[in-house]
Write a protein that binds this ligand. Structure first.
Ligand SMILES: Nc1ncnc2c1ncn2[C@@H]1O[C@H](COP(=O)(O)OP(=O)(O)OP(=O)(O)O)[C@@H](O)[C@H]1O
Ligand SMILES: [Mg+2]
Length: 285
């Protein structure tokens, strides 16, 4: 199969059951889940707390073994170590060595990925600039804010120039301006052809960046598809006019009332709360 036709992620009939130690109970975290992520897509895996998103991600990355089913990354089974060669991962609660500086942290991960010497220094410089942490390169992570830690986590995930990024709540605990920057970074990854799978509870941002989404509920995939198709209201049409005169609006109203269509709403469009917040706090670009 040509490389571009191999799904970046393929999940087939995946089920994960966690036993509860010392009890006869068990938790079914994922139930018979099947989905595919095409290369170059930004895929949003959504769902309420406890719906199985992180479990699914950990199984894709081979960190948790499935009870049933298979997952592959660019055609390689997740159980093969090689499947992770081209993957960057930002876990839900990343753990970092607090006594290392931002730069030392990236040196550390770069070395794990086999980088050395000038190449390692160059990659570290590049990544610190990309995530906007050049000014904090010599500060220890113990003194980093939550948003800075998420950024160093993203930089760490990018060290080996992955083809696939798996991001478990990349904007958790980050303020609106910071999470916007992370959103822009993700869009930047997309333009570079990197496939992204992410989980997030910030649905407004998901809407802005994802091509496709899947919604999990109690471990089951309840909806899946192209975002635009899922959220469009099929039998309605929105017209947004600029500088429409009252007379033009009257004429449109008359046309509509003489037809089978019904005018449901006529109002001025609103900016989102996020945009408004950023405008008044001076962070709007
Ligand atoms: N290691 C584990 N042992 C036992 N149960 C687990 C384990 N990890 C997850 N679970 C259970 O599996 C279910 C799914 O958890 P998971 O962390 O995948 O959800 P999530 O969708 O990522 O939730 P959140 O939005 O809160 O991060 C939950 O009921 C959780 O308690
Ligand atoms: Mg989770």
């Amino acid at each position: 199969m040509a490389d571009s036709l191999v799904p970046a992620i393929s999940i087939r009939n995946l089920t994960k059951v966690y036993p509860i130690p010392f009890k006869r109970e068990r938790v079914v975290a994922v139930r018979n889940l099947s989905l595919h992520v095409e290369p170059g897509q930004v895929y949003g895996l959504l769902g309420p707390n406890g719906s199985g998103k992180s479990t699914t991600m950990k199984i894709i990355l081979g960190l948790v073994s499935p009870t049933e089913g298979t997952t592959t990354i660019f055609g390689r089974d997740s159980s093969e170590v090689e499947s992770r060669e081209q993957v960057g991962f930002l876990p839900e609660n990343p753990y970092f060595y607090k006594f290392l500086t931002g730069e030392e942290t990236l040196f550390f991960y770069g070395k794990i990925c086999g980088l050395r010497g000038a190449k390692l220094r160059e990659r570290t410089r590049e990544l610190l600039a990309l995530v906007g942490l050049e000014g904090a390169r010599d500060r220890r992570l113990g003194g980093y804010s939550k948003g800075m830690l998420q950024r160093i986590g993203l930089a760490q995930a990018l060290v080996q120039e992955p083809r696939l990024l798996v991001l478990d709540e990349p904007t958790a605990g980050v303020d609106p301006a910071g999470s916007r920057e992370i959103r822009d970074l993700i869009l930047n990854f997309k333009t570079r052809g990197i496939t992204v799978m992410l989980c997030s509870h910030l649905l407004e941002q998901v809407q802005e960046i994802c091509d496709r989404i899947g919604i999990l509920h109690q471990g089951k995939l309840v909806r899946e598809g192209r975002l635009e198709e899922l959220i469009s209201i099929e039998n309605q049409t929105e017209l947004i006019l600029e500088n429409a005169s009252p007379d033009l609006l009257r004429q449109i109203g008359a046309l509509v009332s003489g037809s089978d269509a019904k005018l449901i709403a006529q109002h001025q469009p609103q900016r989102t709360l996020e945009r408004f917040f950023l405008e008044v706090t001076g962070k709007e670009k």
